[in-house]
Design a protein around this ligand. Sequence first.
Ligand code: AMP
Ligand code: ZN
Length: 119
Amino acid sequence: MSEQDCIFCKIVRGEIPSRKVYEDDQILAFHDINPAAPVHFMIIPKKHIASLGEAEEEDRDVLGRIMVMTGRLAREQGSTDGFRTVVNTGRVGRQDVYHLHVHILGGDKPLPGMIHKSK
Ligand code: AMP
Ligand code: ZN
């Protein structure tokens, strides 16, 4: 999947609309189109990194920034008492979109023990 065809790169470039949660020079957060919890958004690096399995040393800064932003953005979205982060990776991890993304799932009630993919 090239950056040209990547759906999340298209969102970064503004070619596909998204419901934006946060943006800075390195990262973008937007709501998941098919939410699995009352609060469900994703944080992505603007740089195309196909998966966590392909992250490199030079990606350390942007990945750190993503993790540091999770708490603030989750609280701002109404998940004030905790949340879950999920990074599906590769075939075994059932990754669907091959542009690294951290799911943030939450709300005001405890989540199920595990989030299962429906299909
Ligand atoms: P994953 O299975 O971890 O690769 O998750 C991909 C996620 O991207 C799924 O939860 C989809 O609902 C979500 N998704 C796919 N296309 C879009 C889109 N255009 N805008 C927002 N979320 C999307
Ligand atoms: Zn991409």
